[in-house]
Design a protein around this ligand. Structure first.
Ligand code: M6D
Length: 330
């Protein structure tokens, strides 16, 4: 059941750190100049988090690819991390094959599938994830933590980030009951409304994650955007809205001070058009702790909404249907 998997998030982070502390990676043959992570859905988003968590210290540019095409600049000076929980996602496998052809330094992160077979065939670094067969989105902790360890190995993440992950586990343990209670209330607040999620640009992965979880677990559409960029477009879109919205603004201690000023004004403006706007203050002493707190709260919200809407949180039959149709057209 999805609620059991959600409940296990802290334990999953612990398991992931133990795996990360023991991974074996090999040094690149060429000096690295850039990083590309290829991954879709629940496996791609781990890279969005890892990119934000290492923004301060990472000396190399990092791009997250969620599609068929690797950037033209990928070459033997690139680190390409391919992340697919099942190891069978079409776009990610095509990206992996392209990275092999371009001679990039490659690390694969997967529980098995075709990705593991390709990694073995080409002698690539491979990080083995456990729990094959689980829904990839319920294994975010596993893939995200491995990406941080991989970045650390290549000199792109501070050791402190792992310590902050450990702190997050303690925070989640402490806050578990409160988070579950909050999630219930939030789900009631959001029920029957179109959720619009906002936060600041240093933690965009948080709202992207919640959007994905609301889509797949609660089976609803959702919008999300970031401040300040949404001040240059989406804010105008509020002017002639007639829908029923639930606006959630995730507040963080790590907002740029100008974003703090922006959020205050944004709230006043949006409140003219909808009264159903709430702020969620994220707990935690680091960006990583705040983000893990938000992931856990958001996952529970998606679960509670699935209960209210009487939908099965686990099934994603329409994605399976789509994949079947695509296979028929190969
Ligand atoms: O992590 P992998 O297996 O590549 O899956 C990536 C994504 O694939 C989709 O089709 C769904 O199954 C998503 O829930 C999943 O996050």
């Amino acid at each position: 059941m999805m609620n059991e998997l959600i409940k296990n998030f802290g334990a999953q982070l612990t398991e992931a750190i133990a795996i990360g502390e023991n991974i074996t990676l090999t040094a690149p043959k060429q000096e690295l100049r850039n990083i590309v992570v290829v991954g879709m859905g629940g496996s791609g988003i781990g890279a969005n988090f890892a990119k934000e968590f290492t923004a301060e210290e990472r000396p190399l540019p990092m791009e997250v690819v969620k599609g068929y095409d690797l950037p033209n600049y990928v070459n033997p000076h690139s680190l390409v991390i391919c992340s697919s929980f099942s190891g069978n996602t079409e776009e990610t496998l095509i990206g992996l094959e392209a990275a092999i052809a371009k001679g990039a330094k490659i690390v694969c992160v997967s529980s098995g599938g075709k990705m593991k077979a390709l990694a073995e065939e080409h002698g690539l670094d491979f990080v083995q994830l456990p729990h094959a067969g689980s829904p990839p989105r319920a294994c975010l902790g596993l893939s995200l933590v491995q990406q941080l360890f991989i970045l650390k190995f290549f000199g792109c993440a501070k050791a402190e980030r792992i310590e902050q992950l450990k702190q997050s586990i303690l925070l989640l343990e402490k806050e578990q009951a409160d988070i579950m209670e909050k999630a219930k209330k939030m789900a009631q607040f959001m029920s029957g409304k179109f959720p619009v999620l906002y936060t600041h640009d240093r933690m965009g992965s948080v709202v992207l994650r919640l959007r994905q979880q609301l889509n797949e677990n609660a089976k609803i559409l959702c919008g999300h955007h970031l401040i300040p960029e949404m001040n240059h477009n989406e804010l105008v879109g509020w002017r002639k809205q007639e829908g029923d919205f639930a606006v959630l603004i995730f507040r963080s201690k790590f907002e740029h001070e100008r974003n703090q000023a922006r959020i205050k004004i944004n709230k006043e403006i949006i409140n003219h058009y909808t009264q159903t706007l709430i702020e969620i203050k994220l707990k935690g002493d680091s960006l990583i702790e705040e983000a893990m707190y938000a992931v856990h709260l958001g996952d529970w919200i998606s679960w509670e909404l699935s209960v209210l809407r009487q939908v099965d949180a686990t099934e994603v039959k329409v994605i399976d249907f789509l994949k079947g149709e695509l296979a028929g057209q190969a």
